[in-house]
Design a protein around this ligand. Structure first.
Ligand code: FES
Ligand code: FE2
Length: 444
């Protein structure tokens, strides 16, 4: 539960808000590279942190992200002509380069230097992993790009998709950090009939057995460790054979999540605010995961044996929504009785249903939090403290350029532990499964 005042701090992201100022200190996804396919291709609208912007790729392939309203008299630059290294407003012909410089002002006398005095708001961009990232904070506090592993990844190996969600970004993110709900929301009754394939023993279970464990133990215990980037925590379940099964998820300040997969995940889910009441959920895979032992899954790569079309099935690009609040997510009550707990077809739509049905910004002074909500409480506290701290001159957490901050070493894992084995090292460079995967990739 939060006070109404703290709920406002947590959820509001516009310019000049506490959280808005904090979020502007981080490189943030603005759009997909594929939305700006070629030099001089069509400009697109981007709404980000409550600001209306226009993105365009100029003649040299550089991406500009500039204010929507032309600095002259406000016509939308969405309707501009993307030509010869700049975007030209079609009202009176003023033209702007990717950094917002006014490079032409044809309706003023040739001798006028007025154009030197005009600059459009423009944010720097960096393309990596199929995403156009931007930095919207003060120029003086810009930090290096946070490389989650995509900067060195060839284009044919990255996967990225994004999907609109009509609720506040924190509300969406709370779902990813909630390891308890998989025992309910994502349950299919047929899971109980999955035959035991022998992987209910220390080591990596198969994906299907893992779902059995979620169903078997529905009240997980949580072990949490604060990290420089946020936290990681293990949800501990007991398997039918009495083993200790863990799913380790990570929270990466401010809007990043890594959700457990077998043997470890090379991807993240990012919850990027469009404004206070809408967000884009980005699904990114920045580290290829090879699992030479052949057990379990393949991180976020698609696994043909995985029947429920999770992340791996999401594919690339902007993912259309057919199941929405307007059509009640096409809930099928007969299926809800006989097939699945929710009666809603795919995993992600099940998540969207629960988080959007709270209303765009839920009033958290009305909640009643229990023991499995600890990761959510912690994430909110980190964000609220960081936002308040920034206003008092403190450095935001989890920025690049600080010694020891290796963003490629943040991974979520799932495993059945040996008696006495600790989970903290799993998913890091020290984990034999990570080392095997890297070696197998190199041998590829
Ligand atoms: S409004 Fe854009 S050039 Fe006049
Ligand atoms: Fe979920």
């Amino acid at each position: 539960m939060l006070s109404k005042e703290e709920n406002e701090i947590l959820t509001r992201v516009g310019p000049g808000t506490l959280m808005g100022d904090l979020l502007r200190r981080y490189w943030t996804p603005a759009c997909l590279s594929s939305e700006l396919p070629d030099s001089d291709s069509d400009p697109i609208r981007v709404r980000l942190l409550g600001e209306n912007l226009i993105a365009f790729r100029d003649t040299n392939g550089k991406v500009g992200l500039i204010q929507n309203n032309c600095p002259h008299r406000g016509a939308s630059l969405f309707f501009g002509r993307n030509e010869e290294s700049g975007l030209r407003c079609v009202y009176h012909g003023w033209k702007f380069s990717v950094d917002g410089t006014c490079v032409d002002m044809p309706n003023e006398p040739a001798e006028s230097d007025f154009k030197a005095k005009v600059k459009a708001v423009a944010y720097p961009t960096h393309e990596s992993g199929g995403i156009v990232w931007t930095y919207m904070g003060p120029e003086s506090t810009i930090t290096p790009f946070r490389d989650f592993g995509s900067d060195s990844l060839p284009q044919d190996q990255w996967r990225v998709g994004k999907q609109l969600s009509t609720c506040n970004w924190v509300q969406g993110m709370e779902g990813n950090l909630d390891s308890a709900h998989i025992s309910y929301l994502h349950q299919y009754f047929a899971i109980k009939d999955i035959p035991d394939d022998g992987t209910d023993r220390p080591g990596y279970p198969s994906n299907l057995m893992s779902m059995k464990f979620w169903r078997h133990d529905r009240a997980p215990r949580f072990e949490m460790v604060d990290e420089w980037y946020g936290y990681r925590y293990a949800a501990v379940r007991t398997t039918p054979n009495g083993h200790k099964h863990i799913r380790v998820n990570a929270y990466i300040v401010p809007w990043g999540t890594a959700v457990a997969s077998i043997p470890f995940g090379g991807g993240q889910g990012l919850f990027v605010p469009i404004d206070d009441e809408n967000c884009f959920r980005y699904f990114i895979a920045m580290q290829p995961v090879v699992n030479p032992r052949g057990l379990g899954g393949q991180g976020y790569a698609s696994d043909p044996n995985w029947p429920y079309g999770v992340f791996g099935g999401a594919g690339r690009g902007t993912i259309a929504r057919t199941l929405t609040a307007e059509n009640d997510y096409l809930i099928d009550r007969e299926k809800q009785r006989k097939v699945s707990y929710s009666g809603i077809d795919d995993f992600v739509s099940q998540d969207l249903m629960v988080t959007e049905s709270m209303g765009a910004i839920f009033d958290r002074s009305n909640e009643r939090l229990g023991t499995t909500d600890v990761p959510i409480i912690r994430m909110r506290r980190i964000l609220i403290d960081a936002a308040k701290g920034l206003a008092q001159g403190q450095q935001p957490p989890a920025l690049a350029g600080v010694e020891g901050h290796d963003f490629r070493n943040i991974r979520a894992v799932e495993k059945i532990l040996e008696p006495g084995e600790s989970w903290q090292m799993l998913g890091t460079w020290d984990d034999p499964a990570v080392q095997e995967s890297m070696a197998a990739l190199q041998a590829h």
